[in-house]
Write a new protein. Structure first.
Length: 509
């Protein structure tokens, strides 16, 4: 691990931030991984009580650019901090990116995108296929053009990140430049949220310095200079060169015309280097006419972020390191617009996410179908139970019904028999009242349809016909018909046998 022997101001205990321990159910971590030519800078943060808390920081220098060793070291960091979700934001060091400010004669977002994709290769010595670009647009009301800040990296840089992440088993969420995140943090540190003043941020690394210029809370100009804490510490004369670079950068910012005059200048980074240059910045840079109304702040980033004690201890043990860029990316992760992941990787990621969405939708649909099936199965089961109960009730009721029906049938038949028997006697009584002494009966039958058949013998044939007429005139008999008549001798006298059929009817009252 690299340690820079730079003087570092001691931080009073009052400035250390002590936060309560995390609850049992922890929020999701946000990891950033910066990969330089020979180093890895790793940091992790987590939301705690609506505040992003930095929970881990690591830096490792490699004598040779061995990507396999870098991947192994990254995996070790995840294991040491027990991070389950293997994903991170890739942070591209500022010296590995190229920035260009251009004015677009349009304010239409789609048109600007087409122009950038078509002409981006003109601003680098590489072909369009060799570079990856993204940009920020700032539209000012009343302005007929758009200020565009291009961020460009070589494709080899992105492919190296992808290889290292793949070997380490880490998912690459985004590939960002720390400049945008640092500009956002500088804006929050310099002024209240309601203000939109231009802000100039200076971040001193180990061997380089990042400059960000923001206006209306958006980064509009950036620059990286090749003077850092190492040069400032080893050669005090380099401080003058450092100040000259700041002046030139300020002049270039004004010449570009991309923002308004600076109102706030903030310096942070390696604590010893900040302490060494702040006086010269106040005397030489702040005295320029362009900064006549600006305010100067020198800040120790260790006091501005919410750090766990182990992180603060690590930073104090390595005073030559600055994690301001990594911590800024963690805090600004959700607000970063620039993403330098190659388009084909983005497309592949979208396809994977779309596939996951389809799978999740399928799982939801199958779950709904399963729930519906279980509901229907339960309903069918309950109905089958009810049907079984009804079948048992039906069987018992059917048996009782059959018994009742049999008893009812017997009762009805018996009643009919009794009624028929009584009615037959009643009919015979009425019929018998009309028979004289010269007629006697040999047969009498009465059916349920009220039909009556009488067999008898009269003293003469004329008496039979007279008897038939009497029956026809009676109110109790109708449709009287003599079906058979014949004469014969009985004891020397002539008699007439007859069969008469009729229907009995009762007169209406």
């Amino acid at each position: 691990m690299m340690k820079l022997n730079l003087p570092s101001p001691k931080i009073p205990l009052a400035h250390t931030i002590k936060l309560p321990s995390l609850p049992a159910r922890r929020a999701e971590e946000q990891v950033t991984i910066e990969i330089g030519e020979h180093y890895v800078k790793w940091a992790v943060g987590r939301m705690h009580k609506n505040q992003m808390q930095i929970e881990g920081a690591r830096f490792q220098y490699f004598d040779q650019a061995n990507d396999v060793d870098i991947s192994s070291y990254i995996s070790t960091c995840y294991s040491d901090f027990k991070i389950r979700k293997k994903s991170a934001i890739g942070v591209i060091p500022a010296p590995l990116s190229i920035s260009k400010n251009i004015d677009m004669p349009s304010s239409d977002a789609e048109e600007i995108k087409k122009i950038v994709n078509l002409h981006a290769g003109r601003y680098t010595p590489y072909s369009r296929e060799e570079i990856i670009i993204d940009y920020l647009s700032m539209v000012v009301e009343g302005q007929h053009y758009t200020n565009v800040l291009l961020m460009i990296i070589h494709r080899d840089v992105a492919e190296r990140f992808l290889r290292v992440f793949e070997v380490a088993g880490i998912t690459l969420d985004k590939m960002v430049t720390p400049l945008e995140a640092m500009a956002g943090v500088f804006n929050r540190w310099a002024q209240p949220p309601s203000m939109n003043d231009p802000v100039w941020g200076v971040h001193i690394h180990h061997d380089t310095t990042d400059l960000t210029f923001s206006d209306r809370k958006q980064m509009v100009f950036v620059r990286n200079i090749a003077v850092g804490a190492k040069q400032i510490h080893e050669d005090p004369a380099s401080i003058a060169a450092f100040v000259d670079e700041l002046k030139q950068s300020l002049t270039t910012y004004h010449d570009q015309g991309v923002g308004r005059p600076i109102r706030h200048l903030l310096v942070t980074g390696v604590p010893g280097a900040v302490a060494a240059v702040k006086t010269q910045i106040k005397d030489d840079v702040m005295s320029s006419a362009a900064l006549s109304e600006a305010q100067f702040y020198d800040m120790d980033f260790r006091e501005r972020f919410a750090l766990r004690e182990n992180v603060l201890q690590y930073l104090n043990e390595n005073p030559g390191l600055s994690f301001f860029d990594s911590f800024s990316v963690i805090e600004e992760a959700s607000r970063l617009k620039i993403d330098l992941v190659p388009d084909d990787i983005k497309l592949r990621k979208k396809v994977r996410e779309g596939g996951k969405d389809i799978i999740n939708l399928g799982i939801v649909v199958m779950t709904c179908l399963l729930i519906v099936s279980l509901f229907l199965a339960a309903k069918i089961y309950l109905k089958n139970i009810k049907i079984d109960k009804l079948d048992k009730v039906f069987e018992a009721t059917s048996e009782e019904s059959r018994q009742l029906e049999n008893a009812s049938t017997k009762s009805r038949v018996l009643r009919e028999l009794l009624e028929m028997r009584g009615r037959g006697l009643f009919v015979f009584e009425k019929f018998g009242s009309m028979i004289g002494e010269d007629i006697y009966l040999s047969g009498f039958s009465y059916d349920s349809d009220s039909s009556m058949t009488v067999k008898g013998t009269a003293g003469s044939m004329s008496r039979v016909f007279a008897f038939v007429n009497e029956l026809e005139e009676s109110v109790f008999f109708k449709d009287v018909e003599a079906q058979e008549t014949k004469t014969r001798k009985e004891q020397g006298k002539e008699v007439a046998d007859f069969i008469v059929k009729s229907y009995f009817t009762e007169p209406e009252e």
